[in-house]
Design a protein around this ligand. Structure first.
Ligand SMILES: Nc1ncnc2c1ncn2[C@@H]1O[C@H](COP(=O)(O)OP(=O)(O)OP(=O)(O)O)[C@@H](O)[C@H]1O
Ligand SMILES: [Mg+2]
Length: 492
């Protein structure tokens, strides 16, 4: 950015493809400077945002523009800003207000050997970028000017962690549903996608909400990755990072921009906000089919690309998909002895299920039926085992996966679900009996190539849960059972 002050008619101009918010920053900067006791010279001031052909969006250019002008008129030392990356919005009274994206800005600044000047509320977030990064988080223009003059030096902000809001819901609350709990544990162990199909009130939403309680804790690297996305989306409250895995549950009326991102400022969507955690789609067939299909790309690649006028934004989106649905619109089609209002059960189910595309379904390794809970189950005392026991088994299985993929030098595959296809053929090579089973199953179930690899991934997870080095017939049989079941019913 350049600031030039030359004799001429009184004028303050910002050039370099500013959008509306940036163009208006002229007014905020003028107001804030005057409120801080700095009169603008009665000359022609031009601010050039380089590169000139890249559109600039948002209000975070206020602070850099103001500081540039302050340096040009001598209110702060001319060389003070050289080593800093600056972002922040200004209020008319000269205070500096919070903006999104301070954490990624801090990390990028550190990588270039620069320091960061950001608004005070963003300081605790920026401080996470590393202990040796110089972070200045002033409350106002005056405070920053005093810091540079040496009259009142600011302290580095402290990194902050958000306090957890109470304990996570526990698996112990769920009576019966042993099969569904096992599927949830498998999904957590290998990072697999899960679809639950069952009548209303069976406990599907309840089960999904308990997945975070059995997932392993975040690694420091994951914590930073997840927090960067939250920072860009403006979801870090008070600049404090959360150590909980994301659990996002967008409503089924969500638009494509809400789900995969885009819109003003290329905001990350729910799929990116679920990175490293769970994306829960309750009432799956109620989502717009096109919106659902937009998830196919991130489900495969783990990232989302948003195309803008002349640049592209790529956000990570490696989430675990958990979905719940009723078998048909009336919800009861799978109940024994039930006759659908809308004609034969099979047709009602087919119509409802058809809203979910085959390719999307193909990406879901675990598809289970969750039957209604019986009265006998409901009056049972709470189950012996809760989330703690399941989480311990999940952690053990994850440790095996972590060691396996680290030994092969894979930095971004840490679970069986993210293992590349070529490698899974090697690490999940079944014994002779298992090989025979998958060969015949691939023919009879007409598995796609993706389906084949996904079955191997799931079988690998089942073997890891058993602590076994080789994938055996029994693991493959269980893995296949999750694929075959709840398959889309034949159209009647
Ligand atoms: N297995 C269970 N053990 C204890 N309570 C249960 C169980 N299943 C359901 N409930 C009770 O039923 C309520 C509804 O469950 P939930 O919302 O999870 O059902 P659902 O399967 O998601 O239904 P829908 O298809 O209508 O969304 C729960 O809040 C809980 O009180
Ligand atoms: Mg529900």
């Amino acid at each position: 950015m350049q600031v030039q002050i030359i004799p001429g008619s009184v004028q303050f101009a910002v050039v370099g493809l500013p959008d509306k918010a940036v163009a208006e920053s002229r007014e905020r900067v003028r107001g804030a400077l005057i409120a801080s006791g700095l009169a603008l010279p009665a000359k022609r001031i031009t601010v050039n945002l380089a590169p000139a052909d890249l559109p600039k969006e948002g209000s975070h250019y206020d602070l850099p523009i103001a500081l540039g002008v302050m340096a040009a008129i001598g209110a702060i030392p001319a060389d003070a800003l050289g080593g800093y990356c600056v972002l922040g919005e200004l209020a008319l009274d000269g205070t500096i207000t919070a903006v999104n994206g301070a954490l990624p800005a801090a990390i990028a600044a550190g990588a270039r050997g620069l320091g960061l000047i950001c608004p005070a509320p963003c300081g605790p977030e920026a401080a996470w970028a590393g202990g040796d990064l110089d972070v200045l988080a002033p409350r106002s223009l005056i405070q920053l000017a005093n810091h540079f003059k040496g009259s009142q030096v600011m302290a580095r902000p402290e990194p902050a962690i958000a306090a957890a809001h109470g304990p996570l819901p526990d698996l112990r609350d769920i009576k019966g549903q042993e099969g569904a709990k096992r599927a949830l544990e498998i999904a957590a162990s290998g990072g697999h996608n899960l679809l639950m199909n069952g009548p209303p009130g069976a406990g599907k939403s309840m089960l999904a909400a308990r997945l975070p309680s059995i997932l392993p804790p975040l690694t420091p690297r994951e914590l930073l990755d997840i927090s960067m996305i939250q920072s860009v989306a403006g979801e870090l409250r008070g600049g404090a990072l959360s150590t909980r895995r994301p659990f996002r549950e967008p409503h089924h009326s969500a638009s494509m921009a809400a789900l995969v991102g885009g819109g003003l400022g290329a905001r990350p969507g729910e799929a990116s906000l679920a990175h490293g955690g769970v994306l829960f789609l309750d009432e799956l067939p109620e989502f717009t089919p096109q919106v659902l299909d937009s998830l196919r790309q991130p489900l495969e690649t783990g990232e989302i690309m948003i195309a803008r006028a002349n640049h592209r934004v790529v956000y990570p989106a490696r989430f675990q998909l958990v979905a719940a649905m009723n078998p048909c619109r009336c919800g009861q089609a799978l109940e024994p002895g039930y006759a659908c209002r809308r004609g034969p059960n099979a047709r009602c189910m087919a119509q409802y299920g058809a809203r979910i595309s085959g390719p999307l379904l193909d990406r879901i390794d675990l598809r289970i039926e969750v039957p209604a809970v019986s009265a006998a189950d409901l009056i049972l005392p709470p189950p012996e085992e809760g989330s703690a026991e399941a989480a311990a088994r999940v952690a053990a299985a994850r440790r095996l996966q972590g060691e396996r993929y680290a030994a092969r030098g894979l930095s971004n595959a840490t679970t069986n679900a993210t293992c590349p296809a070529t490698l899974i053929e090697e690490v999940a090579r079944p014994d002779a009996e298992g090989a025979a089973l998958i060969r015949s199953a691939a023919e009879s179930l007409r598995l796609s190539a993706r389906g084949f690899h996904r079955t191997l991934r799931l079988a690998r997870t089942l073997a890891d849960l058993d602590g076994e080095a080789t994938v055996r017939r029994l693991h493959l049989a269980e893995a296949l059972s999750y694929r075959g079941r709840a398959e889309r019913p034949e159209a009647a």
